[in-house]
Design a protein around this ligand. Structure first.
Ligand SMILES: [Zn+2]
Length: 648
């Protein structure tokens, strides 16, 4: 693809093109099943994709007082499908995607408007009083611009894939309509939609991509107007750049004195730090940095990452708690939305591409092999809305009166392809193995293969064939692998003097084979429980109810222990014979003296990353557990509210 505008700042890290990088082993099999069931198969195309297209034909997202978000479903499906089609080199799917784009363009109004909202003036928050009268729920929902963002982005990526001018013309018409509409209304993008305009403002990213494709400065200026609103002296919400640079916890950015709270057109301050929408805006901030070279934008994105890591890292490898940033790191338990995991991974991925720093891939891997893969159900037909640390995951029920569409489920394919691209990357100096899940990657004539074993034995074979002259190999040694050994070719085992950073390996001209042995010592993580105020949102999410749980007493009223081995959090599950009364007992290992932990992988278990027979000596007594990786503990559709637990 030729762009009329070059980046001012180039990525340090190149990723392999999709179609030249493949996830293999158990994760690869799950990815393939998901693509077949939700993206490329007959049902996916004829039912799921068709339904999403039809929302643009029927346009009934705004028939109620508050608006729905059916507007996002086609865009998310198409963004995933474009990438999955490339990943699988699927030319049949490619033509189906072209057809789908044409169908969408047939619903585009002459003036460029293309949406599931019939009323094109309906871009702004709705009155909560009217909304409550109708629905009983004080939601100021309007997702029109947010939906157009997904449609626009999908059309642009489809154009980049299909090289089809008709699709690009449709994308240009839509973005021209959006730019002109805000100019005509005399409003800011942040005035539109919900949550202080964060969902709408995330349109920044596709607008900047379109600017690079067309060279039309109006898209850049539109983006600059969005970014300008995030560095305000009066700290009007959301003020993302100024707040990110402050280093304060996001949950504390907006105090109760915040003036919008009293205006009656708001979901309330609790919903302002909405994780998915907020993190989505940083996709655009990072893109603006690449386009303009304005260092403050990169500094803000880096500071946002550090702040989330410090205050919002949850036990599942993601950030936030149940869709929001609210000191997620301080909770003993967790539940995390799949879209939040995805956008955390995307933030890490983009910062890694710009900086090449190991820490970003460390966070990416932790999120991917734990929280994200836990959300992709084993049959490939379904995902979680959010994954929990015990009980069962919260299924992605179809939303907005649809049959098959869900916010998270429609996003899943993108995260899987982001992961495939991230396993091995390339810089001017060499090849970087960032994740050790089984994969195969090609850069031109160079092949790199990462073998099995990362999750069970911790021994991973890597082969590099035909490297470019002078290029080296860099292996990311995870921060938990304190004692790593490597054997290159027929040489001796060497202790790797690096932990939490890259280790450099010289490559032969033809083929280099090596074996790494990671330190699989089991780590004990203490999860201390603290009293939770009545009515706390976090308590509410664990309440008993149709979608809720569970043993509230155990989940919310006792401290517990979690084990980590290698890259994965371990869990007990009924899949592997764990008993309910053991998993949800108030008698936990917390505070007890653990003398030793011996964990031995159980061979020949299909459908898991790892299962282990674990002997823990506690106060002189040996207890036996069968544990598996968190991602495999409950990646099924179950009505059983006491199916698994990561707690001991
Ligand atoms: Zn979601």
């Amino acid at each position: 693809m030729n762009y009329k505008v070059d980046y001012k700042v180039k990525n340090i890290m190149d990723v392999p093109s999709l179609g030249n990088c493949f996830l293999e082993g158990e994760i690869g099999a799950r990815v393939d099943r998901f693509i077949l069931e939700r993206v490329s198969g007959k049902f996916a195309l004829e039912e799921i994709l068709r339904e999403a297209e039809n929302f643009f034909k029927t346009q009934y997202d705004d028939i109620y007082t508050f608006g729905y978000w059916r507007s996002e479903f086609w865009g998310k499906l198409m963004l995933s499908a474009v990438r999955c089609s490339q990943y699988k080199n699927d030319n049949v799917l490619k033509e189906e995607l072209r057809k789908s784009c044409y169908t969408m363009l047939s619903y585009q109004r002459e003036d460029g408007y293309l949406s599931t909202y019939r009323n094109s003036d309906n871009l702004y928050p709705v009155d909560v009083v009217k909304s409550a009268l109708y629905s009983g729920w004080e939601a100021n929902y309007c997702w029109n611009v947010w939906g157009m963002k997904y449609t626009l982005w999908a059309l642009i990526e489809a154009y980049e894939y299909l090289d089809d001018q008709k699709i690009l013309t449709g994308a240009i018409k839509l973005s021209d309509w959006i730019v002109a509409k805000f100019a005509l209304d005399g409003t800011r993008v942040k005035d539109s939609g919900v949550m202080d305009g964060m969902p709408s403002s995330s349109i920044l990213k596709p607008m900047l991509v379109l600017y690079r494709i067309t060279g039309d400065e109006k898209y850049l200026n539109f983006g600059k107007d969005i970014v300008k609103e995030w560095s305000r002296k009066d700290n009007e919400r959301p003020n993302l750049i100024t707040n990110a640079l402050s280093g304060e916890a996001v949950a504390d950015w907006y105090g109760l004195s915040s003036k919008k709270l009293n205006e009656g057109h708001d979901l309330g301050s609790d919903w302002v730090p909405k994780a998915y929408e907020m993190t989505s805006c940083f996709d655009g901030i990072i893109e603006m940095y690449r386009v303009t070279g304005d260092e403050v934008l990169l500094d803000a994105a880096k500071a946002f990452y550090e702040m989330l890591k410090k205050y919002e890292s949850n036990i599942l490898g993601s950030v936030g708690y149940c869709e929001r940033y609210q000191h997620g790191a301080s909770y003993a338990d967790s539940a995390t939305e799949i879209c939040d995991v995805l956008h955390w991974m995307r933030l890490c991925y983009e910062l890694f591409r710009l900086t090449g720093e190991a820490k970003y891939m460390q966070s990416f891997e932790k999120a991917f092999v734990n929280a994200y893969m836990a959300g992709v159900y084993e049959d490939g037909k379904m995902s979680a809305f959010f994954v929990r640390s015990a009980g069962r995951h919260y299924r992605a029920q179809p939303q907005c009166e649809s049959m098959y569409q869900h916010c998270c489920l429609n996003n899943v394919g993108r995260g899987l392809t982001n992961a495939a691209e991230s396993c091995v990357t390339k810089s001017d100096t060499g090849y970087f193995v960032n994740m050790f899940t089984q994969s195969y990657v090609r850069f031109g004539d160079t092949d790199i293969r990462v073998g099995a074993g990362y999750f069970d034995s911790g021994w991973v074979g890597i082969a590099v064939r035909n490297p470019e002259k002078g290029k080296k190999l860099y292996l990311r040694i995870p921060e938990w692998s304190k004692n790593t050994k490597i054997r290159v070719g027929l040489g001796d085992d060497v202790v790797v003097p690096v932990c939490g950073d890259y280790y450099e390996v010289e490559l032969n001209e033809d083929t280099t084979i090596m074996k790494i042995r990671f330190d699989m010592t089991t780590e004990v993580i203490n999860c201390e429980w603290e009293p939770i105020p009545d009515g706390d949102y976090h308590s509410h999410r664990w309440g008993d109810g149709v979608f809720g749980l569970c043993n509230k007493e155990m989940m919310l009223k006792c401290s517990k222990v979690v084990l980590r081995r290698g890259p994965v959090i371990l869990a007990r599950s009924k899949k592997f014979g764990a008993k309910e009364e053991d998993m949800f007992s108030l008698d936990t290992l917390y505070g007890k003296k653990i003398d030793s932990i011996i964990a031995r992988p159980i061979i020949n278990n299909i459908g898991v990353l790892v299962t282990l027979r674990v002997h823990i000596t506690v106060d002189g007594e040996v207890k036996e557990y069968i544990l598996c990786d968190f991602a495999s503990a409950a990646n099924i559709d179950t009505n059983d509210p006491k199916f698994f637990s990561i707690y001991l």
